[in-house]
Write a protein that binds this ligand. Structure first.
Ligand code: FES
Ligand code: FES
Length: 404
């Protein structure tokens, strides 16, 4: 049996459960919340859809233990919810149900769509609701009901919440975000000991010295300070970390080892990597190597990385060319953002931000963080847009060149 603590419909609940128990069974049999219906038990019909950390999930294919520390809201917890009330009335008015078996899941999915969209047309509603099957009524009344609620809210000038409450990458239930800004009156769950333990364990992943990166590429930049000064600065781990937006250190670094975290913001989602690195430096050649491993606990992604640097004197010996070789391997959910072309483009802009900050710091000026997101993360969204814009520029110039 595994102990879990979570919040269900605003009430803290602790229980000892079998790890194999799925969330729907736990709610129906353990908590008597039978408004969560079970149809296929294969994640296909949507009858069991509920909210975990504000996001609709299939409770029949979600293990209850994976929701330790999460906030769970079932159809019973949406009694007083404004959007659900409007949807219930619309479903009645538009004859959107007969037996009602699919209705709790339909309402939860429809609520999510209404919250996120101000202008969804019939096609968009059909696509958004395609994971909820109704076996007796048909869909015309259901679509009409949802459409009428969206239109009524638009007429009342109620803004949509872009992205709903999706703030983090990763499976629902794994992030336990703050409830700030939510419409639901659920209380924040207590920090999950399970998740804390998992985060701590993952941040201690071993650094494998024999590992070879999947992708390797080079970057270069020049700073207007002599190599000796840049070399000394590279030896001050705290100063270097301060030049990389979104980075913070955990504990006191030594010249050989550092532990820290970095936040990357991509649109409405934020991924936070936490890990450790080993540092090697060779003063005779002004070169060094940093090998690290980190994990983003919410998305179950792991990255191993290596940065080699070499400081070369500029032509006037008063400037330094910093030559970097960067290698990485990214696994897990975030690997979808890890295509080499995208990562290299983002790395080029991160390197540029780092170089600017490094130069400012060497000159004793405050460090500017132009790429910081609102919450102190590297805003890879804006970096990615500039990468895409750069690609378009390249493509356009190639076409012009080809035509000429
Ligand atoms: Fe969960 Fe069908 S019962 S998707
Ligand atoms: Fe009967 Fe949808 S109303 S399955």
């Amino acid at each position: 049996m595994t102990p879990i603590t979570l919040v269900i419909n605003g009430k803290p609940v602790s229980a000892n459960i079998e790890p194999r128990t799925h969330l729907a069974d736990f709610l129906r049999e353990g908590r008597d919340l039978t408004g969560t219906h079970l149809g296929c038990e294969h994640g296909v019909c949507g009858a069991c859809t509920i909210l975990v950390d504000g996001i609709p999930v299939r409770s029949c294919i979600t293990y209850a233990v994976s929701c330790d520390g999460a906030e769970v809201v079932t159809i019973e917890g949406l009694d007083e919810d404004e959007i659900t009330r409007e949807l219930r009335e619309a479903f009645k008015r538009e004859h959107a149900l007969q037996c009602g078996y699919c209705t709790p899941g339909m309402l939860v999915s429809a609520r999510d769509l209404v919250m996120r969209s101000r202008n969804a047309d019939e096609r968009e509603i059909r696509v958004a609701m395609s994971g909820n099957l109704c076996r007796c009524t048909g869909y015309v009344g259901i679509i009409r009901a949802i459409r009428s609620v969206i239109a009524a809210r638009r007429d009342r000038d109620i803004a949509a919440i872009v992205g709903g409450v999706r703030r983090t990458v990763g499976p629902a239930g794994s992030g336990h975000p703050s409830t700030q800004g939510r419409e639901l009156s659920v209380r924040r769950a207590v920090p999950s000991p399970l998740t804390e333990r998992a985060a701590a364990a993952q941040s201690k992943l071993p650094i494998d010295r024999d590992w070879s990166p999947q992708v390797v590429f080079d970057q270069k930049f020049v700073v207007n300070y002599p190599p000796q000064q840049v070399w000394e600065m590279f030896g001050r781990v705290r100063d270097v970390a301060a030049c990389l937006p979104g980075t913070s250190l955990i504990g006191e670094p030594t010249p050989e080892r550092v532990e820290g975290q970095i936040q990357v913001k991509i649109g409405p989602i934020t991924a936070e990597f936490r890990g450790q690195a080993e540092i090697e430096r060779d003063e005779s050649s002004y070169s060094g190597k940093i090998r690290g491993v980190g994990s983003a606990i919410r998305s179950n992604s792991v990255t191993r990385g290596m940065i080699s640097y070499h400081l070369l004197p500029g032509p006037d010996r008063q400037s330094t060319e910093v030559a970097l070789t960067i290698g990485y391997t990214l696994t897990g959910l975030l690997a979808q953002f890890g295509r080499p072309s995208i990562v290299q483009g983002v790395a080029a802009r991160m390197t540029a931000a780092f170089a600017n900050n490094l130069e400012a710091r060497l000159g004793g000026e405050p460090v500017a963080s132009p790429s910081l997101g609102a919450e102190g993360a590297i805003n890879a969204g804006s970096l990615l847009s500039s990468v895409v814009a750069g690609r378009f520029r390249q493509l356009f110039s190639r076409i012009v060149h080809w035509r000429n």
